[in-house]
Ligand binder design. Sequence first.
Ligand code: ZN
Length: 406
Amino acid sequence: METNEIRINGDRLWQRLMTMAQIGATAKGGVCRVTLTDEDKAGRDLFVNWCEAAGLTITVDEMGNIFGRRAGQNNDLPPVLAGSHLDSQPTGGKFDGVYGVLAALEVVETLNDHNLITEAPLEIVSWTNEEGARFTPAMVSSGVWAGLFSLEYAYGREDKNGRFLGDELQRIGYKGELPAHHRPLTAAFELHIEQGPILEYEGRQIGIVTGVQGARWYHLTIPGKESHAGSTPMNVRHDPVKTAVSLLGRAYAIAEKYEPDIRLTFGDLRPSPGVVNTIPGELLVTVDLRHPSEAVLDEVEGLFTKLAEEHGAKLVNIWTSEAVVFAEKCVQAVETAVSITGYSARRITSGAGHDSVYLSRVAPTSMIFIPCADGLSHNELESATQEDVVAGANVLLHAVLAAAQP
Ligand SMILES: [Zn+2]
């Protein structure tokens, strides 16, 4: 059989997804496999068993990240890495993370079935605590691996019951010896459900992910003057809510010019003192602004700053997450895989964070998305069709193959 004609075993992958979903299964059809719990340990053990049966060499690093290696023809070449995470939200679904891990394993199984040895070695990975649901922040282990956080910082993360991440790693037996530190990779791929509605809405099976949008948070402070709601005539008031009506309206109008990729949310409006019969002395508005391009974010930030000044208000940046642009050679490998497999596809940027964000800082990285029903994720009702699950894994297979040949 020609290499381009090889396809993954969809039933094996689907069966494994459903078997894994029984660990921590919830009544509503979701999964609760929160990081470093007994359920997480059981999920890891099952994954490691499958990996060993597939002939992979397992290593576990100091952060509990699990790597399964399949030798190549030239083992001096850096490996091609594929994977995601096995942990879930407390009320999570059957696909978020685990799909990318088990599809990477299915790629290995398929290569085994066809006695195909790639030029570069392959490694599959499951990153610890991607979700950040029990220990904040999210993606902490890929963050340590990429050199963004220290091991001490990560081990010292505490859950709400006063347990520490380092101790819990030890307790479940996944505190490994291998340094949690990046090493050269030929390429890295992460297959994931979209966690948004775009692919489903457009009826496409594959998202060729070109990057992750940047996000900036601000505090917008609009001044006013506290006074009596009954005795102060409308025309002498200094009412920050009235100012906000104009200011926010114009901000929405600015955002409209950057459709369809912009996201603007005023998620929390806090008048102070926040009393029914007092005109507020001040209104604080939180601003969440997102776009795939840093240049656009700079431009909109400039316009919003000017707009705030015109209204006597102040805009202060409180948090920033820079936009990520994935490596063109990895995006190209996914494009190649899409043309080999023939699935309908579009380029897309990720609205959510992933381990690939940190990986992309130290290795050529990109992602592949498939649709999920109603764009729902972090929800027990999260679902994807077997057809799309298979399509994504076939694209992962051929992206890995494209990247593993020099
Ligand atoms: Zn995920």
